[in-house]
Design a protein around this ligand. Structure first.
Ligand code: LLP
Length: 434
């Protein structure tokens, strides 16, 4: 069964329409594969987070995790919606600044920020740097001293929480490359050290327990751990945090089988737990920051492909190949991620056969959807794969020297090209001839 999100609907011609734009016309104008973002849907999600936090009466900041999908237009949209953003590289920082993000609303993350990247962040006057390790603490000491500046920072803590998700996107467990570990005492040591460094203003602590999480249980354990250590540090060295940043990770619906909590439910559970722990420990209620990435961008994104070749192996499998694949969406191959979709040019309720939707890349693992019920498909049909707005384009590659797709934003019947399709010229533009 297909899923319809946000403004997606079918018109009288049985065409899929998103943001008031007929996707068959979008395919004609911009070509395929094409990423289509339903802007109203992103706005609605962003406002949902904000509204719930505000209504629960806690000071807050919603910070979009750029890695899910970033481009100039996305940053402009975030700025319009009063969201912050987190960046994890000089490149994301550069794009955010160029896209008009206010530097004070930018957070800089990363487990191995380069010296040049940290300098760039300091020079750009980013709001917060989330310090990940001792090496970075010392680098920041050096750089803030050399520049004679003071930088607001938070410490990334690894609370030792195992959220239930794919191993590759787990981040809060003890054996992780990210953050300061609590159990071995590194987190406490890091806080002590950070407080000694004149150039650093330690605003609070951060954790991110993983991604595509469906229940609030892991967050609640993490909140308890985070407030317990804050309480200990208040006793131990009189430090009180202004901000508690609980990261992102809120799951979304890729297929009908997925049943994540709604963002509002995650937020409510987290806020109640923060308030409860603060009351229990008699700790002043900190500001709560959250970093949703996928839950803001994923369901707003649809990839439109054109069907080409088909191969039917009797009693084995029916392959339907589209004009994209693992180069524009590595998630099925990398995480065994499951998706669904529908024909965009002629919706039909009747399903006639089970097919596998595969890409055009020279790899057997280039399977976008292992099994889906579709009406009879012919070359030239448009296949719309849903929930591709997060970690699709942002993880895209030029494997097999395929150009990366174009991206359009659609809203109120208008389409805006926000990333143009790569050309063959683009593909050789970095090659050096001797
Ligand atoms: N904050 C931090 C510190 C993070 O590391 C991440 C994601 C987020 C926030 C946003 O998480 P989200 O709300 O999007 O789940 N490529 C993988 C996902 C990697 C996530 C990495 N960190 C995927 O395609 O599933």
């Amino acid at each position: 069964m297909s899923l319809l999100f946000g403004t997606a609907e079918f018109n009288e011609n049985q065409h899929l329409v998103i943001g008031g734009c007929d996707t068959t016309e979008l395919a004609e104008t911009y070509g395929t594969p094409l990423f289509i973002y339903d802007v109203a849907h992103i706005r609605e999600k962003a406002r949902g987070f904000k509204k719930t936090l505000d209504e629960l009466g806690i000071k807050n900041k919603v910070i979009y995790a750029s890695k899910a999908f970033a481009c100039l237009a996305m940053y402009k949209l975030l700025e319009e919606e009063n969201l912050g953003c987190d960046v994890v590289s000089g490149g994301e920082l550069y794009t955010a600044v160029k896209g008009g993000m206010s530097p004070e609303n930018i957070e800089f993350h990363g487990n191995n920020k380069l010296k040049e990247e940290l300098e760039f962040a300091l020079d750009s006057k980013v709001g917060t740097i989330i310090v990940d390790n001792f090496y970075e603490l010392e680098l920041l000491k050096e750089l803030t001293a050399a520049k004679g500046v003071q930088q607001a920072v938070m410490l990334r803590i690894t609370p030792g929480v195992n959220a239930e998700t794919h191993d590759y996107i787990l981040t809060g467990q003890v054996d992780s490359k990210f953050g300061f570990d609590v159990n071995s005492g590194q987190a406490e040591q890091a806080m002590q050290r950070a407080l000694e460094i004149d150039g650093l203003l330690v605003k609070g602590i951060h954790c991110h327990i993983g991604s595509q999480i469906f229940s609030s249980d892991g967050f609640l354990v993490a909140v308890e751990k985070m407030l317990t250590i804050l309480h200990e540090w208040k006793e131990a060295f009189g430090y009180t945090a202004e901000i508690l940043n609980m990261g992102g990770g809120f799951g979304i619906q890729y297929t009908e089988a997925d049943e994540p909590l709604k963002p509002e439910q995650f937020v409510k559970a987290i806020v109640e737990s923060v308030k409860g722990q603060c009351a229990r420990l008699d700790y002043p209620l900190p500001e709560l920051w959250l970093e949703p990435g996928r839950s803001l961008a994923a369901e707003a994104g649809t990839t439109l492909y054109k069907v080409g070749a088909q191969k039917v192996i009797p009693d084995v499998r029916h392959y339907v190949a589209v004009d994209g694949g693992m180069g524009d969406n590595i998630r099925p191959a990398l995480y065994e991620a499951e998706y669904t979709g529908m024909l965009a040019n002629r919706v039909s309720r009747e399903t006639t056969s089970k097919v596998a939707v595969v890409g055009k890349y020279c790899e057997s693992g280039d399977v976008l959807i292992k099994e889906i019920d579709l009406p009879e498909v012919v070359a030239g049909d448009l296949f719309a794969m849903t929930s591709t707005g997060a970690y699709g384009y942002s993880m895209a590659s030029n494997y097999n020297r395929n150009p990366r797709p174009a991206v359009v934003f659609v809203e109120n019947g208008e389409a805006k090209l926000v990333i143009r399709r790569e050309t063959y010229e683009d593909l050789i533009s970095l090659d050096c001839e001797d």
